[in-house]
Write a protein that binds this ligand. Sequence first.
Ligand SMILES: [Zn+2]
Length: 194
Amino acid sequence: MQSTGDAIHITEQDALIVVDPQNDFCPGGSLAVPHGDDVFPIVNRIMPRFRHVLATQDWHPPEHRYFQTYGGPWPYHCLQGTPGAEFHPGLDTGPIQDVVRKGTNPELDGYSGFAGTDLADRLGRRGVQRVFVAGLATDYCVKATAIEAIGHGFEAYVLTDAIRAVEVEEGDGERALEAMAEAGAKLITSDALA
Ligand SMILES: [Zn+2]
């Protein structure tokens, strides 16, 4: 983790991607991430600093094959058009310029904001070169989004104080951080943003 006090200067080519800041991933939701709603004060604080602010929204059809009903790993969550799929009231949605819905293909896990979406094109049209990733959950959609951002040619920074892990297995969050760092993502905290 970058903790040398090096400030990272946000530029016009930087985008903040807020991953799945939705009710179902927060306490009380159907796939709650412990303390998931703790990320919102940090996200709210940093969003106005970015020229480009995008969010992903998990947006599943009921027949999604990653639901337990169909032998998948997950309980029903973020069903299209339901309150659980809405953004959490703790999130200030005002600064969000662009919402990318993902997980709409019932055959794909939909973890990454880039999977089956035009997120890479949207970032490209904006001239974005670096993405800063926050949101939920560290060990699935944050991890997949950060790693695939690198695959699409972006530099990726993960804001470790603005993410939380679901931890189906204890340690998944820590392993996800290692996987992202190994893939080339830089792990920073929000106070490094200058
Ligand atoms: Zn999902």
